[in-house]
Write a protein that binds this ligand. Sequence first.
Ligand code: ZN
Ligand code: ZN
Ligand code: ZN
Length: 360
Amino acid sequence: MLDSRLHRARQLTAEQGWTALLVTPGADLFHLIGHVAAPLERLTCLVLPVEGEPALILPRLERPKAEQAPVRLIDYPDGTDFIALLADALPVPTGVIGVVDAMPAAHLVPAQRLLPGVRWEVAGRALAPLRAVKSADEIAELTSAGTAVDRVHQQMHRWLRPGRTEAEVAADLAGAIRDAGHARTDFVIVASGPNAASPHHSSGARVIEPGDAVVVDIGGTMPSGYCSDCTRTYVIGPKAPPGFAEMYAVLQEAQRAAVAAVRPGVPAEAVDAAARDHITAHGYGDLFVHRTGHGIGLDTHEEPYIVAGNAEPLVAGTTFSIEPGIYRPGAYGARIEDIVVCTPTGARRLNTTPTDLVHL
Ligand code: ZN
Ligand code: ZN
Ligand code: ZN
Protein backbone atom coordinates (compact mmCIF):
# COMPACT_ATOMS: atom_id res chain seq x y z
CA MET A 1 0.00 0.00 0.00
CA LEU A 2 2.60 2.53 1.10
CA ASP A 3 4.98 1.39 -1.58
CA SER A 4 2.36 2.00 -4.27
CA ARG A 5 1.77 5.49 -2.88
CA LEU A 6 5.50 6.23 -3.09
CA HIS A 7 5.51 4.90 -6.62
CA ARG A 8 2.64 7.21 -7.60
CA ALA A 9 4.33 10.19 -5.94
CA ARG A 10 7.47 9.48 -7.91
CA GLN A 11 5.43 9.27 -11.15
CA LEU A 12 3.81 12.65 -10.45
CA THR A 13 7.24 14.11 -9.67
CA ALA A 14 8.65 12.78 -12.94
CA GLU A 15 5.66 14.14 -14.89
CA GLN A 16 6.57 17.62 -13.64
CA GLY A 17 10.14 17.20 -14.90
CA TRP A 18 11.52 17.45 -11.37
CA THR A 19 14.54 15.47 -10.18
CA ALA A 20 13.25 14.88 -6.67
CA LEU A 21 10.45 15.56 -4.23
CA LEU A 22 11.03 16.71 -0.64
CA VAL A 23 8.33 15.88 1.89
CA THR A 24 8.52 17.40 5.39
CA PRO A 25 6.15 16.60 8.32
CA GLY A 26 2.43 16.80 7.66
CA ALA A 27 -0.35 14.85 6.02
CA ASP A 28 1.69 14.16 2.86
CA LEU A 29 4.45 12.47 4.86
CA PHE A 30 1.95 10.40 6.85
CA HIS A 31 0.12 9.40 3.68
CA LEU A 32 3.30 8.35 1.87
CA ILE A 33 5.21 6.47 4.58
CA GLY A 34 2.98 6.36 7.68
CA HIS A 35 5.38 8.52 9.69
CA VAL A 36 3.87 11.03 12.11
CA ALA A 37 6.26 13.85 12.98
CA ALA A 38 5.81 17.37 14.24
CA PRO A 39 7.25 20.23 12.17
CA LEU A 40 10.20 21.08 14.42
CA GLU A 41 13.27 23.27 14.14
CA ARG A 42 15.08 19.96 13.55
CA LEU A 43 14.75 18.73 9.96
CA THR A 44 12.66 15.68 9.12
CA CYS A 45 12.48 15.20 5.35
CA LEU A 46 11.64 12.41 2.95
CA VAL A 47 13.84 12.66 -0.14
CA LEU A 48 12.13 10.94 -3.06
CA PRO A 49 14.36 11.07 -6.12
CA VAL A 50 12.92 10.24 -9.52
CA GLU A 51 15.82 7.83 -9.92
CA GLY A 52 17.35 6.13 -6.95
CA GLU A 53 16.37 5.06 -3.49
CA PRO A 54 14.10 7.19 -1.28
CA ALA A 55 15.38 8.09 2.18
CA LEU A 56 13.98 9.70 5.29
CA ILE A 57 16.34 12.14 7.02
CA LEU A 58 15.35 12.53 10.66
CA PRO A 59 16.67 13.40 14.11
CA ARG A 60 18.19 10.38 15.84
CA LEU A 61 15.77 10.65 18.78
CA GLU A 62 12.82 10.22 16.39
CA ARG A 63 14.22 7.08 14.75
CA PRO A 64 12.40 4.55 16.98
CA LYS A 65 8.97 5.64 15.78
CA ALA A 66 10.08 5.58 12.13
CA GLU A 67 11.40 2.03 12.00
CA GLN A 68 8.24 0.81 10.18
CA ALA A 69 8.67 3.35 7.37
CA PRO A 70 9.25 1.61 4.01
CA VAL A 71 12.31 3.73 3.19
CA ARG A 72 15.96 3.93 4.21
CA LEU A 73 16.49 6.01 7.35
CA ILE A 74 19.28 8.57 7.65
CA ASP A 75 19.32 9.72 11.27
CA TYR A 76 21.51 12.45 12.70
CA PRO A 77 22.48 13.52 16.21
CA ASP A 78 21.76 17.01 17.51
CA GLY A 79 24.49 19.43 16.47
CA THR A 80 24.62 18.09 12.90
CA ASP A 81 24.40 20.44 9.91
CA PHE A 82 21.24 18.77 8.62
CA ILE A 83 20.95 21.09 5.61
CA ALA A 84 24.28 19.71 4.39
CA LEU A 85 22.92 16.22 5.02
CA LEU A 86 19.89 17.08 2.89
CA ALA A 87 22.08 18.40 0.09
CA ASP A 88 24.12 15.17 0.16
CA ALA A 89 20.96 13.05 -0.11
CA LEU A 90 19.84 14.74 -3.33
CA PRO A 91 20.54 12.88 -6.57
CA VAL A 92 22.05 15.92 -8.33
CA PRO A 93 22.65 19.50 -7.12
CA THR A 94 20.87 20.88 -10.21
CA GLY A 95 17.47 20.75 -11.93
CA VAL A 96 14.10 21.36 -10.34
CA ILE A 97 13.10 20.01 -6.94
CA GLY A 98 9.50 19.94 -5.72
CA VAL A 99 8.81 20.67 -2.05
CA VAL A 100 5.55 20.14 -0.20
CA ASP A 101 3.57 23.26 0.71
CA ALA A 102 4.29 22.75 4.42
CA MET A 103 8.11 22.74 4.22
CA PRO A 104 9.32 25.23 6.85
CA ALA A 105 11.00 28.31 5.41
CA ALA A 106 13.65 27.81 8.11
CA HIS A 107 14.73 24.66 6.22
CA LEU A 108 13.97 25.64 2.65
CA VAL A 109 15.75 29.00 2.58
CA PRO A 110 19.13 27.64 3.84
CA ALA A 111 18.82 24.76 1.36
CA GLN A 112 18.29 27.28 -1.43
CA ARG A 113 21.40 29.14 -0.31
CA LEU A 114 23.48 25.95 -0.22
CA LEU A 115 22.27 24.75 -3.64
CA PRO A 116 22.25 27.76 -5.97
CA GLY A 117 22.02 25.47 -9.02
CA VAL A 118 18.61 24.11 -8.04
CA ARG A 119 15.24 25.62 -8.96
CA TRP A 120 12.53 25.00 -6.35
CA GLU A 121 8.83 24.47 -6.95
CA VAL A 122 5.88 24.17 -4.58
CA ALA A 123 4.48 20.66 -5.07
CA GLY A 124 0.98 20.97 -3.60
CA ARG A 125 -1.02 21.19 -6.81
CA ALA A 126 1.07 18.54 -8.57
CA LEU A 127 0.58 16.11 -5.68
CA ALA A 128 -3.16 16.79 -5.32
CA PRO A 129 -4.20 13.57 -7.13
CA LEU A 130 -2.36 11.51 -4.49
CA ARG A 131 -4.68 12.40 -1.64
CA ALA A 132 -7.78 13.93 -3.27
CA VAL A 133 -9.17 10.63 -4.59
CA LYS A 134 -9.85 8.35 -1.63
CA SER A 135 -9.67 4.56 -1.52
CA ALA A 136 -12.61 2.54 -0.17
CA ASP A 137 -10.75 2.22 3.15
CA GLU A 138 -10.24 5.97 3.37
CA ILE A 139 -13.92 6.62 2.60
CA ALA A 140 -14.83 4.16 5.38
CA GLU A 141 -12.62 6.11 7.81
CA LEU A 142 -14.19 9.42 6.75
CA THR A 143 -17.65 7.87 7.13
CA SER A 144 -16.76 6.92 10.73
CA ALA A 145 -15.52 10.46 11.34
CA GLY A 146 -18.80 11.85 9.98
CA THR A 147 -20.85 9.53 12.20
CA ALA A 148 -18.80 10.53 15.25
CA VAL A 149 -19.26 14.28 14.75
CA ASP A 150 -22.96 13.75 13.95
CA ARG A 151 -23.35 12.19 17.40
CA VAL A 152 -22.17 15.45 18.96
CA HIS A 153 -24.63 17.56 16.96
CA GLN A 154 -27.45 15.15 17.85
CA GLN A 155 -26.87 15.85 21.56
CA MET A 156 -26.42 19.61 21.26
CA HIS A 157 -29.29 20.26 23.72
CA ARG A 158 -27.00 18.96 26.49
CA TRP A 159 -24.57 21.84 26.10
CA LEU A 160 -26.09 24.70 24.12
CA ARG A 161 -28.42 26.52 26.52
CA PRO A 162 -29.29 30.14 27.36
CA GLY A 163 -27.26 31.66 30.20
CA ARG A 164 -24.02 29.90 29.22
CA THR A 165 -21.13 31.61 27.45
CA GLU A 166 -19.90 30.54 24.03
CA ALA A 167 -16.58 29.56 25.63
CA GLU A 168 -18.30 27.29 28.18
CA VAL A 169 -20.26 25.54 25.46
CA ALA A 170 -17.13 25.25 23.31
CA ALA A 171 -15.15 23.65 26.15
CA ASP A 172 -17.88 21.04 26.64
CA LEU A 173 -18.03 20.36 22.92
CA ALA A 174 -14.26 19.85 22.78
CA GLY A 175 -14.68 17.03 25.29
CA ALA A 176 -17.76 15.64 23.55
CA ILE A 177 -15.89 15.46 20.23
CA ARG A 178 -13.26 13.22 21.88
CA ASP A 179 -15.93 11.20 23.71
CA ALA A 180 -17.57 10.51 20.34
CA GLY A 181 -14.46 8.68 19.13
CA HIS A 182 -12.05 11.30 17.87
CA ALA A 183 -8.41 11.15 18.96
CA ARG A 184 -8.37 14.93 19.18
CA THR A 185 -10.55 17.98 18.76
CA ASP A 186 -9.34 20.22 15.94
CA PHE A 187 -11.68 23.21 16.27
CA VAL A 188 -14.92 24.35 17.89
CA ILE A 189 -16.78 27.43 16.67
CA VAL A 190 -19.73 28.53 18.79
CA ALA A 191 -20.91 31.82 17.26
CA SER A 192 -24.03 33.27 18.88
CA GLY A 193 -26.29 36.20 18.05
CA PRO A 194 -24.42 38.88 16.05
CA ASN A 195 -21.19 36.84 16.40
CA ALA A 196 -22.72 34.28 14.04
CA ALA A 197 -22.13 36.79 11.24
CA SER A 198 -18.37 36.05 11.54
CA PRO A 199 -17.76 32.70 9.77
CA HIS A 200 -14.59 31.84 11.75
CA HIS A 201 -15.63 33.45 15.05
CA SER A 202 -13.51 32.61 18.14
CA SER A 203 -15.88 31.40 20.86
CA GLY A 204 -15.78 33.95 23.65
CA ALA A 205 -17.44 35.49 26.70
CA ARG A 206 -20.79 36.34 25.10
CA VAL A 207 -23.70 34.85 27.05
CA ILE A 208 -26.14 32.94 24.87
CA GLU A 209 -29.67 34.36 25.06
CA PRO A 210 -33.15 33.26 24.04
CA GLY A 211 -33.80 34.29 20.45
CA ASP A 212 -30.16 33.87 19.38
CA ALA A 213 -29.22 32.02 16.25
CA VAL A 214 -26.05 30.02 17.00
CA VAL A 215 -23.67 28.60 14.38
CA VAL A 216 -21.82 25.52 15.70
CA ASP A 217 -18.96 24.29 13.48
CA ILE A 218 -16.98 21.39 14.96
CA GLY A 219 -14.39 18.87 13.87
CA GLY A 220 -11.73 16.49 15.05
CA THR A 221 -9.27 13.86 13.91
CA MET A 222 -10.04 10.17 14.34
CA PRO A 223 -7.39 7.67 15.54
CA SER A 224 -7.00 6.72 11.85
CA GLY A 225 -5.84 10.26 11.05
CA TYR A 226 -8.97 11.18 9.07
CA CYS A 227 -10.92 14.35 9.92
CA SER A 228 -14.50 15.40 10.54
CA ASP A 229 -16.05 18.83 9.96
CA CYS A 230 -19.76 19.62 10.33
CA THR A 231 -21.83 22.76 10.90
CA ARG A 232 -25.38 23.15 12.07
CA THR A 233 -27.25 26.31 13.03
CA TYR A 234 -29.50 26.38 16.08
CA VAL A 235 -32.04 28.84 17.46
CA ILE A 236 -32.33 29.27 21.23
CA GLY A 237 -35.98 29.02 22.22
CA PRO A 238 -39.07 29.06 20.01
CA LYS A 239 -38.60 32.53 18.49
CA ALA A 240 -36.01 33.20 15.75
CA PRO A 241 -34.85 36.79 15.05
CA PRO A 242 -36.98 38.68 12.48
CA GLY A 243 -36.19 37.53 8.94
CA PHE A 244 -34.01 34.67 10.07
CA ALA A 245 -36.33 31.76 9.24
CA GLU A 246 -36.82 33.04 5.67
CA MET A 247 -33.07 33.42 5.22
CA TYR A 248 -32.41 29.98 6.63
CA ALA A 249 -34.92 28.38 4.25
CA VAL A 250 -33.00 29.88 1.31
CA LEU A 251 -29.72 28.60 2.74
CA GLN A 252 -31.10 25.09 3.22
CA GLU A 253 -32.33 25.02 -0.40
CA ALA A 254 -28.94 26.30 -1.61
CA GLN A 255 -27.06 23.62 0.31
CA ARG A 256 -29.34 20.92 -1.12
CA ALA A 257 -28.88 22.32 -4.64
CA ALA A 258 -25.09 22.13 -4.26
CA VAL A 259 -25.22 18.55 -2.97
CA ALA A 260 -27.50 17.65 -5.89
CA ALA A 261 -25.04 19.21 -8.37
CA VAL A 262 -22.22 16.82 -7.40
CA ARG A 263 -21.35 14.25 -10.07
CA PRO A 264 -18.10 13.02 -11.61
CA GLY A 265 -17.05 15.30 -14.45
CA VAL A 266 -18.85 18.37 -13.09
CA PRO A 267 -16.41 21.28 -12.56
CA ALA A 268 -15.86 22.01 -8.87
CA GLU A 269 -16.91 25.62 -9.50
CA ALA A 270 -20.32 24.47 -10.77
CA VAL A 271 -21.09 23.10 -7.31
CA ASP A 272 -20.17 26.47 -5.82
CA ALA A 273 -22.38 28.17 -8.41
CA ALA A 274 -25.32 25.89 -7.59
CA ALA A 275 -25.36 27.18 -4.01
CA ARG A 276 -24.40 30.76 -4.86
CA ASP A 277 -26.89 31.28 -7.68
CA HIS A 278 -29.75 30.23 -5.42
CA ILE A 279 -28.63 32.52 -2.61
CA THR A 280 -28.05 35.40 -5.04
CA ALA A 281 -31.46 34.94 -6.65
CA HIS A 282 -33.03 35.52 -3.23
CA GLY A 283 -31.05 38.71 -2.66
CA TYR A 284 -28.47 37.39 -0.19
CA GLY A 285 -25.56 37.02 -2.62
CA ASP A 286 -23.40 39.72 -0.98
CA LEU A 287 -23.80 37.99 2.39
CA PHE A 288 -22.30 34.65 1.22
CA VAL A 289 -18.69 35.68 1.76
CA HIS A 290 -16.73 32.43 1.30
CA ARG A 291 -16.32 29.48 -1.05
CA THR A 292 -18.81 26.60 -0.86
CA GLY A 293 -16.37 23.93 0.29
CA HIS A 294 -13.00 22.26 0.65
CA GLY A 295 -11.66 18.74 0.30
CA ILE A 296 -11.16 16.77 3.51
CA GLY A 297 -9.10 13.72 4.44
CA LEU A 298 -5.93 13.64 6.53
CA ASP A 299 -6.21 17.45 6.58
CA THR A 300 -9.43 19.34 7.29
CA HIS A 301 -8.73 21.60 4.32
CA GLU A 302 -7.19 20.02 1.21
CA GLU A 303 -7.89 19.55 -2.50
CA PRO A 304 -10.36 19.82 -4.16
CA TYR A 305 -11.60 23.32 -3.34
CA ILE A 306 -15.22 24.02 -4.28
CA VAL A 307 -14.69 27.57 -5.40
CA ALA A 308 -15.27 29.88 -8.38
CA GLY A 309 -12.26 29.55 -10.69
CA ASN A 310 -11.67 25.85 -10.02
CA ALA A 311 -12.74 24.31 -13.32
CA GLU A 312 -11.21 20.92 -12.44
CA PRO A 313 -13.84 18.21 -12.94
CA LEU A 314 -14.90 16.31 -9.82
CA VAL A 315 -13.67 12.73 -9.66
CA ALA A 316 -15.45 9.77 -8.04
CA GLY A 317 -13.84 9.13 -4.67
CA THR A 318 -13.14 12.76 -3.81
CA THR A 319 -14.51 13.93 -0.44
CA PHE A 320 -15.32 17.54 0.35
CA SER A 321 -17.53 19.87 2.34
CA ILE A 322 -20.63 21.66 1.07
CA GLU A 323 -21.04 24.58 3.44
CA PRO A 324 -22.78 27.68 2.15
CA GLY A 325 -23.46 30.39 4.71
CA ILE A 326 -25.31 33.71 4.87
CA TYR A 327 -24.02 36.37 7.27
CA ARG A 328 -25.81 39.62 8.10
CA PRO A 329 -23.25 41.82 9.93
CA GLY A 330 -24.43 43.09 13.30
CA ALA A 331 -27.49 40.83 13.27
CA TYR A 332 -27.07 37.09 12.72
CA GLY A 333 -25.66 34.39 10.49
CA ALA A 334 -26.21 30.78 9.44
CA ARG A 335 -24.21 28.00 7.84
CA ILE A 336 -24.99 24.39 6.95
CA GLU A 337 -22.06 22.06 6.35
CA ASP A 338 -22.00 18.41 5.33
CA ILE A 339 -19.10 16.31 4.10
CA VAL A 340 -19.96 14.38 0.94
CA VAL A 341 -18.22 11.78 -1.17
CA CYS A 342 -18.55 12.03 -4.94
CA THR A 343 -19.78 8.63 -6.16
CA PRO A 344 -20.36 7.57 -9.80
CA THR A 345 -24.05 8.50 -9.38
CA GLY A 346 -23.71 11.68 -7.31
CA ALA A 347 -23.05 12.85 -3.77
CA ARG A 348 -23.39 10.64 -0.73
CA ARG A 349 -23.53 12.53 2.56
CA LEU A 350 -21.14 11.45 5.30
CA ASN A 351 -23.04 13.70 7.73
CA THR A 352 -26.60 12.51 7.97
CA THR A 353 -28.27 14.65 10.66
CA PRO A 354 -31.16 16.63 9.13
CA THR A 355 -30.42 20.19 8.04
CA ASP A 356 -33.75 21.60 9.27
CA LEU A 357 -33.40 24.48 11.70
CA VAL A 358 -33.26 23.10 15.25
CA HIS A 359 -34.81 25.09 18.12
CA LEU A 360 -33.24 24.28 21.49
ZN1 ZN B 1 -13.03 27.07 7.33
ZN1 ZN C 1 -16.61 23.46 9.34
ZN1 ZN D 1 -15.43 22.99 6.52
